[in-house]
Design a protein around this ligand. Structure first.
Ligand SMILES: [Zn+2]
Length: 71
């Protein structure tokens, strides 16, 4: 029996494939690597989509909410 850092058991077949984390932690990690995007209105005729990672997206979202509060 193999245990993940979170305490959950890692399925033996999963471990045999080389995964060192449980399914739940693997999902969390995959979600962090998923691409995120936001619309940037950098020109009056059309916006563009900025593809980014979760950390940058969260920072963008936090800043937008801050700007909306100030208005
Ligand atoms: Zn885990």
């Amino acid at each position: 029996m193999y245990n993940c850092g979170c305490g959950n058991e890692i399925h033996p077949e999963r471990y045999a494939l080389g995964y060192k984390v449980c399914l739940k932690c693997g999902d969390k990690s995959a979600l962090k690597q998923k691409p995120y995007g936001s619309i940037i209105y950098d020109h009056k005729t059309a916006g563009s989509i900025q593809i980014t990672n979760k950390a940058t997206f969260d920072l963008y979202k936090k800043n937008i909410l801050q700007i909306r509060k100030e208005k």
